[in-house]
Unconditional design. Structure first.
Lengths: 409, 283
């Protein structure tokens, strides 16, 4: 069963009444490959600006469109995930939204106060103390002294570097500096919040604080979030703009956007990490799956053929599932003696059935290992098999999809 | 950058909407006050925190130059006419004024260079960088003022009531220097040639300004010196400080007018060009 549109739409009643805070129409930006030409074109552009001449903005030699014809709207309370491969034009688009650079075509309309967490700790001087730098950085971000005074305790507490706040920043670790930078930025209460890959750092506790803070800001603002971490994007955003080579590859709901991004990232080059490691007494090991494509929650059969030149008893069969990014998705361990499996000697065939594979949609690698009573791995077939799981709920987050027993009224 | 109103970015030249441009310039100038102050406090604190002798470095250079020149004059190595006030006081005073001028000129250029990381990433009122640099200039001058006051007392230099007008004239000199620096600063971010060329221009310029010698009275050299716009500014400051009648007030007003008008034009130029400069610096 698949859903064509985001289920969140079903619950949005007054969506169209909220004000539009960000509107981009046909935005394009040129970029020059060569440095010398780039500087020279800079002078030419300045010349046109000063003369007030209408300039057609065609491509000059060595130029290309780093952002081409991007249009979207964002209302208060919405969070847009801006995703795409490296070099797709995301940061350039953000710089235009931020007013740092002018678009070459199209127009951008921003309503209200814009806060950008694009570079944390801008304006920091390492010789000054953390407290003094809070004032400097806050001022650069647009906070007035009164606002900073009001929130200074909150900022120091958020950063979690209490004892060091009055020491020079040059003594801080890079993590502490980032946390301080982020803490100052959280004092902003903007109408439009732009986050450019700033949640990549900090420990898990800090990141959770950040998520909560962003969720808070989100109630009254429009958020644009750039990240390569799809879990973070899925957690924070409700729509996505996928950029590829400067153009809009997809604009719409979260799940489809992430799927498009995944497809863009799939080079087609599969990394072959598979290997088979066999130790005595085993001399041959082969596993055969019953399915290449399996419905989520259905059973899976595996046929094993094993040859051993000596007795092997009291062993453990372990099966691991890995998702495409290499993370553990699921595993299971079975002791031979619990299932009355005779010791291995000579040729053996096993028929193993896993009653249900409750995984979310995707491609998974499978590893098999047999471990003897001493804990040594006698055979390890790593990622030599793969399986595609389908028919799970498309918007699933976790790998493990719980199976329903019954649902009655 | 925090704006509590609507902003529209288009590729059009902003000169097509001059009223809006001036309004934005005024707003940004006001908005940059606090940031300029913060940056000023930051830079001065950082500078002096890392130094043992701190303030001494601010007035040592003119003293050292003056000592050198006084010795050279006394042994006859250089032929300098007599000055209105004792030569050491004359030289130190004039050198201090000249250095204030060159600092005003170099100020915007070095300020933009230092602020490159900030410029590339955050949108903030860029006037703040210039204002902050001007603040540092006045601060440094304040320190040098002690030196000058001490000097005048030491050499029993007489002062009239006009000494209180001298700072006003000094402001005009600073405005003149800032106008040139502000105009050159955006391009200096792109091309390093400007920072390299400046010392080559400033050193000869010093030699055609009556800093180490009194105003020449005749000959081709006198013509050149008098055509130099810095000359009337410098001379007027000196005359106001010492209580002499002004010898070239017409020249002073012309140079000031050039300075002030130039400053406004340079500000507009700075304003229009900065987005293009920011585009071309790496982030």
């Amino acid at each position: 069963m698949t859903f064509a549109t985001s289920d969140k739409n079903m619950f949005d009643q007054g969506k169209d009444d909220r004000e539009v805070l960000v509107r981009a129409e046909g935005v394009s930006k040129k970029f020059c490959r060569s440095l010398k030409k780039s500087l020279w074109y800079g002078l030419q552009d300045i010349g046109s600006e000063l003369v007030g001449r209408k300039y057609e903005h065609e491509l000059r030699p060595d130029e290309f469109w780093s952002v081409k014809d991007v249009s979207f709207e964002l209302r208060r309370g919405e969070c847009l995930g801006l995703i795409g491969r490296n070099g797709a034009g995301k940061s350039t688009l953000l710089r235009m939204l931020n007013g740092l650079i002018k678009p070459d075509r199209g127009s951008i309309e921003m309503q209200g106060r814009v806060g950008a967490l694009i570079a944390l700790g801008t304006g920091f001087n390492p010789i000054l103390t953390g407290r003094e730098n809070i004032y400097v950085n806050g001022s650069v971000l647009g906070l007035s002294k009164a606002e900073i005074d009001e929130k200074i305790e909150e900022i120091i507490e958020f950063a979690g570097i209490d004892g060091f706040i009055d020491s020079p920043v040059q003594g801080y670790s890079s993590g502490m500096q980032v946390r301080l930078g982020f803490a100052v930025a959280t004092a902003l209460s903007p109408d439009v919040l732009i986050l450019d890959e700033v949640l990549a750092v900090g420990d898990a506790a800090f990141r959770n604080k950040c998520y909560r803070r962003i969720a808070n800001v989100r109630k009254n603002a429009a958020v644009i979030f750039v990240s390569h971490n799809m879990e973070q994007v899925a957690r924070i955003c409700d729509k996505t703009l996928v950029m590829s080579v400067g153009e809009v590859a997809f604009l719409g709901n979260l799940d489809q956007g992430i799927a498009v991004y995944d497809r863009l990232n799939d080079d087609g080059e599969e990394q072959d990490e598979s290997f088979l490691s066999l130790h005595p007494p085993l001399t041959y090991f082969q596993a055969q799956l019953s399915h290449d494509v399996l419905s989520s929650g259905s059973p899976l059969n595996i046929q094993f053929s094993i040859e051993s030149c000596d007795f092997l008893e009291d062993f453990l069969l372990r099966i691991n599932f890995y998702d495409i990014s290499g993370a553990f998705a699921a595993d299971c361990n079975f002791f031979a003696r619990d299932h009355k499996i005779p010791p291995l000697s000579g040729t053996s065939h096993w028929d193993v059935s896993l009653s249900s594979i409750p995984l979310k949609n995707g491609l998974y690698w499978i590893s098999f290992s047999v471990i003897d009573r001493e804990g040594d791995i006698v055979v390890w077939s790593h990622k030599q098999q793969k399986i595609k799981i389908v028919d799970a709920y498309p918007g699933a987050n976790a790998n493990c999809q719980l199976q329903l027993g019954h649902w009655l009224t | 950058m925090s704006k509590s109103h609507r902003v529209i970015y288009t590729p059009e030249s902003r000169l097509r909407h001059p009223i809006q441009l001036f309004r934005e310039m005024g707003q940004d100038l006001l908005a940059s006050r606090e940031l300029a102050w913060r940056l000023l406090v930051r830079d001065i604190s950082a500078q002096y925190r890392q130094s043992l002798f701190g303030f001494v470095w601010a007035f040592l250079p003119p003293i050292v130059t003056a000592i050198g020149l006084v010795l050279a004059k006394n042994v006859g190595a250089v032929n300098i006419a007599e000055t209105d006030i004792p030569y050491p006081a004359y030289v130190i005073f004039s050198m201090t004024m000249w250095q204030t001028f060159t600092e005003a000129l170099n100020g915007p250029i070095s300020a933009l260079s230092l602020a490159k990381p900030m410029l590339a990433k955050i949108n903030f009122p860029k006037e703040a960088i210039i204002l902050s640099q001007l603040g540092q200039l006045f601060f440094n001058f304040g320190i040098k003022l002690f030196l000058i006051v001490g000097l005048f007392i030491w050499f029993h230099v007489p002062v009239g009531w006009t000494v209180f007008l001298a700072p006003v004239a000094l402001v005009h000199l600073i405005v003149f220097g800032t106008f040139i620096g502000l105009f050159l600063s955006p391009i200096s971010v792109l091309y390093g040639d400007i920072s390299k060329a400046l010392p080559l221009i400033l050193t000869p310029w010093l030699l055609i300004t009556p800093v180490i010698f009194p105003v020449p009275t005749s000959g081709l050299f006198a013509t050149i010196v008098n055509l130099n716009p810095v000359t009337p500014l410098l001379v007027t400051i000196r005359e106001l400080a010492i209580g002499l009648p002004l010898s070239n007030s017409a020249g002073f007003w012309i140079a000031s007018a050039i300075g002030w008008v130039g400053l406004i034009l340079a500000w507009i130029f700075y304003r229009l060009t900065m987005p293009f400069i920011v585009e071309r610096i790496s982030s």
